[in-house]
Write a protein that binds this ligand. Structure first.
Ligand SMILES: Cc1cc2nc3c(=O)[nH]c(=O)nc-3n(C[C@H](O)[C@H](O)[C@H](O)COP(=O)(O)O)c2cc1C
Length: 208
């Protein structure tokens, strides 16, 4: 096994050393839609520890899981093993299936959005667009929502389009707006550290 499959948690490193093999973990653990029900396996910590350690020894450190794999069983198992390794030596990818979200729950939805050309970034917008698949269920659900946005310029009016977009969206969905943190003037990496926006976001989060 070639050592260069080994990937560090570092964007530059990953760009240069794309992993060739991802190890899937659906058959790990048991439970609803878990390894026992889907694959007929009953793999627990004892058996899987050997698999995990052998793979890591051979440079296979990219693990793929999902909430629906045993409704948390696979992710939990993965967390037991990964915490025994330095954080930058393990890569984990996981997935959340919108259909299992409890749309009746009051759990808050915080939208944390960078400004790209005066609007929501496409990455965040693509998540919002996926609401469409479950629109009938989430519209009118008793949810709380909060809005956090960051942008480089300092003019307040530059944030107007995004503020209106957020308010219109929250109004349409019928979700209760719990507040906003709007952070102008944060351009270079780390520049938010010299501001109070982090604390404001923390307080807003706590208030939910
Ligand atoms: C594609 C792109 C477009 C941007 N457009 C704007 C803009 O219209 N106005 C602005 O003030 N900042 C703009 N920025 C800067 C970001 O909003 C700002 O630096 C933000 O804090 C970046 O967050 P991020 O690094 O997490 O993406 C843009 C950045 C990118 C990458």
């Amino acid at each position: 096994m070639k050592r260069n499959l080994y990937v560090k948690l570092n964007n530059e490193y990953i760009k240069k050393n794309k992993p060739s093999i991802v190890l899937g973990t659906w058959s790990w653990g048991t439970g609803v839609a878990g390894g026992d029900q889907i694959f007929g396996n009953h793999l627990g910590e004892k058996e899987l520890r050997l698999v995990f350690e052998e793979a890591m020894k051979n440079g296979l450190n990219l693990w793929d899981s999902a909430v629906v794999y045993g409704m948390g069983a696979s992710e939990t198992m993965l967390s037991i093993f990964t915490r025994e390794y330095p954080r930058n030596e393990v890569l984990v990818s996981t997935k959340f299936t919108l259909q299992i979200a409890n749309e009746k729950a009051e759990n808050p939805v915080a939208e944390d959005i960078p400004m790209y050309y005066f609007g929501f970034s496409a990455q965040i917008k693509s998540v919002i667009d996926r609401f469409y698949a479950i629109n009938g269920r989430i519209k009118g659900a008793p949810k709380k929502t909060a809005f956090l946005m960051a942008y480089a310029n300092s003019a307040y009016k530059d944030a107007e389009a995004m503020r209106v977009h957020y308010a219109t969206l929250a109004g349409y969905l019928g979700w209760r707006d719990m507040g906003s943190v709007i952070a102008p003037g944060v351009w270079t990496a780390g520049s938010i550290r010299n501001t109070t926006y982090g604390d404001e976001a923390y307080q807003l989060g706590k208030s939910l």
